[in-house]
Design a protein around this ligand. Structure first.
Ligand SMILES: NC(=O)c1ccc[n+]([C@@H]2O[C@H](COP(=O)([O-])OP(=O)(O)OC[C@H]3O[C@@H](n4cnc5c(N)ncnc54)[C@H](OP(=O)(O)O)[C@@H]3O)[C@@H](O)[C@H]2O)c1
Length: 170
């Protein structure tokens, strides 16, 4: 399985100045739970935005830089091509059919992997962000079956209503 996981505004906004557009602890918790103990694949810019490897997950950073320094990381490898990542997925699937590779962004990486994704785990943030400079690619929803969807109203810690939905490619 290859799952794209992302949170986006009403216009597919996902980021600004290499950081997120919101602080939504409920979505962060969902992200942690959904990716826990799995392989997470991210672009080099998203890795730098997070600032560290994600614990309890195998991290793969896509970069063209053959000398990119990950010496501070314990559970991270570099990939220098999309094919390398697809090969890892293929190999894991042979021994673990339930294997799920989570593509965690950013914009560049979502664009590349959307065509390979078997599943989407999307958080829709009920707001617009006119200053955004990073976007999730346009999705043809008729290509997917919705598996679940949960509305989560805003509260004192989460300033926007969100909807967390899971999709499977038809
Ligand atoms: N809302 C969300 O769910 C979410 C999730 C993740 C990220 N984000 C946001 O997304 C933004 C970052 O996205 P981004 O598109 O600017 O960057 P990105 O996708 O995180 O990383 C882009 C980098 O990936 C590497 N790369 C891309 N294609 C490659 C290929 N074919 N082969 C080898 N390496 C390749 C390159 O690294 P090198 O330059 O090192 O070669 C490229 O500069 C930030 O604002 C972040 O906060 C939002």
């Amino acid at each position: 399985m290859i799952t794209l996981i992302s949170a986006m505004g009403k216009n597919n906004e996902i980021g600004i100045h290499n950081t997120l557009l919101w602080d939504l602890p409920t979505d962060m918790k969902h992200f942690r739970t959904r990716t826990q103990n799995k392989t997470v694949v991210m672009g080099r810019k998203t890795f730098e935005s997070i600032g560290m490897e994600l614990p309890h997950r195998k991290n793969i950073i896509l970069t063209r830089d053959k000398h990119y320094d990950i010496s501070s990381c314990k559970n991270t490898i570099l990939a220098h091509s999309v094919q390398e990542i697809l090969d890892i997925h293929e190999k894991e699937m042979q021994t673990h059919p339930e294997y799920e590779m989570m593509i965690i962004g950013g914009s560049n990486i979502y664009e590349i992997f959307l065509q390979y994704a078997t599943h989407l785990s999307l958080t829709f943030v009920d707001a617009t962000f006119p200053n955004a400079d990073s976007f999730f690619p346009n999705i043809t929803f008729t290509d997917y079956t919705q598996l679940s969807c949960k509305n989560i109203p805003k509260d004192e810690k989460n300033i926007f209503d969100i909807k967390i939905c899971e999709f499977k490619k038809i």
